[in-house]
Design a protein around this ligand. Structure first.
Ligand SMILES: NC(=O)C1=CN([C@@H]2O[C@H](COP(=O)(O)OP(=O)(O)OC[C@H]3O[C@@H](n4cnc5c(N)ncnc54)[C@H](OP(=O)(O)O)[C@@H]3O)[C@@H](O)[C@H]2O)C=CC1
Ligand SMILES: Nc1nc2c(ncn2[C@@H]2O[C@H](COP(=O)(O)O)[C@@H](O)[C@H]2O)c(=O)[nH]1
Length: 326
């Protein structure tokens, strides 16, 4: 791999503005049969969303992926969303019982609009088999498969039938995979997104390592159709994580899906728990994200996300913060 860099190392170069107001810039993105307000999806983690957050996102026109950590609720959830004419989007694993679950969905006529196969090491026969099983039983469902970090993996999962792949092994805020195993895309996630997106013939979702709203635009520039974000969405009033008060300050917990808090045991732990400052309303963050992305589109000299895909950039190794913080 040459030209390895991360979000921190890149600045996008402005082009001549063609709008009179940033409000003219359209942040809509399309994934499968549906379009969404933002190219952003909150991470399918238990401290990031629950059914209420999922319903709010769907009602407001944002993409969501429900997590898979309360498996017994998934059929009812799909049914509820369908009855309310909202998009249904769930996650599955690859263990034996998930095969039966997919067959039950078929037999009960419960076709989710989106299924995400949510596995740490997605470049595996287990994921290929699950993609094929879903496609055989629920051919209309859009399948997102991950996580991966190489072009070979993207091609194999696409060839197996995945409609999109999710890229990111270990760049997450509560991830310790890189420390425990020595593997991953942590520290070069943006370059990995570019590497994978060049090989992809279907959408790529960049997952993990987003620390500022500008990183969303950078992901789009380097080939992502959508960006999955955990830590920036943790800590909201609506976030399911526990609220903690320390010395008059409010915080909420955010833990990894492979942490011992999620697993309930200390086995193959590759995630940790942290607390993040309380951030107020999720809606306000989504609005700010949209405004910042509209502004990015204006700097790219266009009126929609496509403009960002073509801008020039410079690599300024670890220096863009210039000593500043947000
Ligand atoms: N994006 C990322 O960087 C990472 C994300 N995660 C998140 O943590 C959660 C748990 O993930 P995961 O442990 O995969 O899910 P599961 O605990 O559901 O494991 C899925 C299956 O894959 C096997 N498995 C897991 N990791 C490996 C591996 N490295 N090699 C071979 N087999 C493996 C497991 O067996 P066994 O446990 O016996 O090995 C199990 O049979 C997911 O939500 C995932 O997204 C976790 C780590 C990294
Ligand atoms: N290695 C691990 N990665 C994890 C775990 N739980 C979630 N994740 C990944 O992190 C992103 C979110 O990243 P962020 O930087 O936006 O906070 C999430 O979508 C997963 O892919 C874990 O326990 N270990």
């Amino acid at each position: 791999m040459e030209n390895v860099f991360d979000y921190e190392d890149i600045q996008l170069i402005p082009a001549k503005c063609i709008v009179n107001s940033r409000s003219e810039c359209d942040t809509t993105t399309t994934l499968g049969k549906h379009s969404f307000k933002l190219p952003v999806v909150p991470a399918n983690m238990q401290t990031i969303l629950d059914e209420n957050v999922a319903r709010f996102l769907a009602e407001e026109g944002y993409f969501y992926i429900m997590h898979r950590f309360e498996p017994e609720t998934r059929k009812r959830f799909i049914n509820d969303m369908k009855q309310n004419e909202l998009i249904s989007s769930i996650s599955v694993g690859v263990k034996d019982e998930e095969y039966g679950f997919i067959e039950e969905l078929k037999n009960e006529g419960l076709n989710p609009d989106y299924i995400t196969i949510d596995i740490a090491h997605g470049h595996s026969q287990a994921v290929i088999d699950m993609i094929q099983h879903i496609k055989q039983n629920l051919p209309e469902t859009f399948v997102i498969a991950g996580n991966v970090g190489t072009p070979e993996a993207v091609r194999e999962l696409e060839n197996a039938g995945a409609d999109a792949t999710k890229v990111g092994i270990g760049p997450g805020k509560v991830c310790i995979t890189k420390l425990k195993t020595g593997f991953g895309t942590g520290g070069w996630q943006l370059a990995a997104v570019r590497w994978c997106a060049k090989a992809a013939s279907k959408p790529v979702i960049a997952d993990g390592g987003i620390r500022t709203h500008g990183d969303i635009a950078k992901s789009i520039r380097f080939g992502a159709t959508m960006v999955m974000i955990g830590s920036l969405f943790a800590g909201h009033e609506e976030s399911p994580g526990e609220l903690i008060e320390e010395e008059g300050q409010k915080f909420k917990e955010y833990f990894g899906s492979a942490s011992e808090y999620q697993k309930g045991e200390r086995k193959n732990v590759e995630g940790k728990k942290m607390i993040v400052p309380y951030k107020g309303s999720l809606k306000d963050t989504l609005v700010e994200m949209q405004q910042d992305l509209q502004s990015a589109i204006s700097y790219a000299g266009g009126t929609n996300l496509d403009a960002i895909r073509h801008v020039d950039y410079v690599v300024v190794k670890n220096s863009i913060m210039n000593g500043d913080s947000l």
